[in-house]
Design a protein around this ligand. Structure first.
Ligand code: FMN
Length: 195
């Protein structure tokens, strides 16, 4: 099973990086699988710890993909790292094994500390739609644009029917980004490294 989370990592200089990551929940470990090149991977190779943040604030997912990476954090409890202030819960992990790969290494992690901060409030379709759209946006360079636009059109119904202000803002950021991408075909490097 894969949980869509916000991963916070910190290198030994104290530089924090915040990025959405799908975490595979295995029988005896949690697995982070970054595509190279990855700032997250660089940080973890320098400091083999991370914080997995579980949040329903989809602005953080959409924001990180649209170059809004500065979210409030506070120090982690047991590992050198930081906790996202919007987290409903978080898990601090230590990387115990790396299955290296030229394209996508697998980082196996052991939880060392868990904490809950706020209650889960139930599912919201617009939040799900924003996560799906964020994944599409992160793959603009490899997916056919027509497929992305068809899926976005389908997802937009859930946003129109069920979004609150945070979901609307997150959706707006993603749609602005998509329009920029369409306006500058072939110049996607200006949008940063997206996979
Ligand atoms: C919900 C979601 C899940 C993602 N999961 C992964 C993942 O498992 N591995 C990955 O390399 N990128 C994933 N991405 C894309 C990264 O968040 C994005 O490309 C990020 O910038 C990673 O590169 P970085 O470590 O250099 O920041 C995901 C994006 C979203 C929206």
């Amino acid at each position: 099973m894969i949980h869509e989370t916000i991963l916070t990592t910190m290198n030994t200089e104290g530089d924090v990086h915040i990025a959405p990551f799908g975490i595979t929940v295995g029988e005896d470990s949690l697995v982070i699988a970054p595509f190279r090149p990855s700032h997250t991977l660089d940080n973890i190779l320098d400091n083999p710890h991370a914080v997995i943040n579980y949040t329903d604030d989809v602005q953080v997912f959409a924001g990180c993909l649209t170059h809004r990476r500065h979210w409030e954090t506070r120090p982690a409890v047991e590992v050198p790292g930081v906790i996202l202030c919007q987290a409903l819960a978080h898990t601090e992990v230590r990387v115990t094994k790396i299955n290296d790969d030229k394209q996508r290494p697998h980082l196996h992690c052991k939880p060392v500390y868990d904490e809950m901060h706020a209650p889960f409030q139930g599912f919201n379709r617009a939040q799900g739609a924003v996560i799906e759209a964020a994944i599409l946006i992160s793959r603009l360079e490899i997916l056919p644009l027509e497929d992305v636009e068809n899926e976005i059109a389908y997802l937009s119904t859930a946003v129109e029917k069920t979004a609150g202000p945070k979901e609307l803002k997150a959706w707006e950021w993603l749609m602005e980004y998509l329009e920029e991408f369409k306006a500058h075909p072939g110049e996607s490097s200006q949008f940063g490294s997206m996979k």
